[in-house]
Design a protein around this ligand. Structure first.
Ligand code: PMP
Length: 453
């Protein structure tokens, strides 16, 4: 069509062009250093996702503190991306920075526990309601290990995911529905296996499809986010999580809840706030305030079955664990995060500001008559350039407007506001101020005015 998200393609292209120009102009030093890529790195970046930002070249960061990032040209950005949740609680939260300093001279990794670990097990159990835990380094790994346990104890090969999901670079979740048919996720590099042989994929909120997919009792585990966050955000229908729990239990299928993004809901995640009852639980990215760490938890029943399994399995490497996992730096940072940063007081504040942001953006969308909407789960807010609410991954995929989103993204950067690059996510941290939220709303209004003038 000639328009995307209610805006003509011409207008989007013009905005993109002028904003790219403004971005470059404000960054002469950065352009000299990274305008042609970072030397020595394949593709000019140390991690290829850095090329996926819609800015003409990556923002070269000098430092970040609280909810502000400063680039080497001295541009200050109100940061609502926050490392795509890795810094959901702000950049270098003071208690975490202190804990890192304290641990810095006491050894960084030794494959043995430190005293902080004594505090963490009970903290996790109390906060998330599952009794037994393991530490990993990325949410990807935590999911991989939890799925391995699920398959081991159920003796079933298959897992089930929701269309549009993302749980990290976990091979077995890389399936999609295309024209309602399960296929390997388009774009996978070097994948020769037909992943649909071991992974079923259905739409989120589709209880009928769920029942049908579990009926053969061959699914070890359903891996799910409480809210589908990684495309355009899809909230669960009323009763969906109840049905998911009832049907998985009835089929002897385990339920893994991945809270890596939805921890924005509250100190115990969506799970605690809405009384979900997962068998396995995963939380990565922000759990150690930005230090790479993740946790995965098991219910009593899963733990017992896994202990039984281990008593009879053939001896040898389990396929789980990585050398740097559960190191003392992770423990120090995680303890500070759990005890001093992920507090109810901080969440109350985050929630209040997120509510204000939601209302402010919705007001702008209404004022300019845009066919867009805002979705929110706690401190995580998204604007979506299509009408809503969205009900499943297929709708979320269709709602995506990459060119338009890219233009808006860069236009916001040029007004001093940074949002997430691939899904218009805006996170409120404990360090985010009301003034920053107001600036974002104003910047969004300015962009809306330009797109509709
Ligand atoms: N689970 C969810 C829900 C995620 O959004 C992500 C990353 N965006 C991951 C897992 C993987 O995290 P990591 O990249 O740290 O392995």
């Amino acid at each position: 069509g000639l328009s995307i998200g209610g805006i003509s393609r011409d207008r989007i292209a013009r905005l993109r062009e002028s904003e790219a120009e403004a971005f470059r102009k404000a960054r002469p030093k950065s352009a000299a250093k990274v305008g042609n890529g970072l030397p020595g790195f394949f593709g000019g970046v140390p991690m290829h996702w850095m090329n996926d930002w819609p800015t003409p070249f990556p923002i070269l960061v000098d430092s970040a503190k609280g909810a502000t990032i400063t680039d080497i040209d001295g541009n200050r950005l109100d940061d609502f991306c926050l490392g795509d949740t890795g810094s959901m609680f702000g950049h270098s939260p003071p208690p975490v920075a202190r804990a890192i300093r304290r641990q810095a001279g006491r050894g960084l990794t030794y494959m043995l526990p430190s005293e902080d670990a004594l505090a963490i097990g009970p903290l996790l159990a109390q906060r998330f309601g599952l009794p037994f835990w393991q530490i990993a380094t990325t949410a990807t790994d935590a999911n991989r290990f939890a799925l391995r346990v699920a398959r081991a104890i159920t003796g079933r090969e298959k897992i089930l995911v929701f269309n549009g999901c993302y749980h990290g670079s976990v091979d077995e979740t890389m399936v999609r529905l295309v024209d309602s048919r399960p296929v390997n996720r388009p774009g996978l590099a070097g994948e020769f296996r037909d992943l649909t042989k071991t992974a079923k994929v259905i739409e989120f909120n589709d209880v009928v499809a769920l029942e049908a997919a579990l009926k053969d009792r061959d699914v070890a585990c359903v891996i799910a986010e409480p809210v589908l966050t990684n495309s355009c955000m899809v909230l669960p229908d009323r009763g969906f999580h109840d049905a998911l729990r009832k049907l998985t239990r009835a089929a002897g299928t385990l339920l893994l809840i991945d809270e890596t993004h939805t921890i924005s809901t509250g100190p115990g995640g969506y799970t605690r706030k809405f009384g979900l009852q997962p068998d396995l639980f995963v939380l990565g990215k922000p759990i150690a305030g930005g230090v790479p760490a993740s946790v995965w938890g098991m219910s009593d029943e899963v733990a017992n079955r896994y202990a039984d399994y281990n008593r009879t399995k053939q001896p040898g490497y389990s396929g789980m664990g990585t050398t740097l996992s559960a190191n003392p730096l992770q423990f120090a940072a995680m303890r500070a995060t759990l005890e001093e940063v992920m507090t109810s007081e901080n969440y109350d504040r985050m929630d209040r500001l997120a509510l204000r942001l939601d209302a402010g953006l919705t007001g702008v969308i209404d004022r300019y008559n845009l066919p867009w909407h805002v979705a929110r789960v706690g401190a995580r807010v998204e604007f979506i350039c299509a009408p809503g609410p969205l009900r499943n991954g297929a709708e979320a995929e269709t709602a995506h407007a990459p060119e338009l989103e890219a233009a808006v993204h860069v236009a916001l950067v040029n007004q001093g506001v940074l949002i997430a690059p691939f899904h218009n996510m805006m996170l409120i941290s404990p360090a985010t101020t009301g003034a920053q939220v107001n600036r974002l709303i104003t910047a969004f209004a300015t962009v809306a005015a330009r797109l509709t003038a």
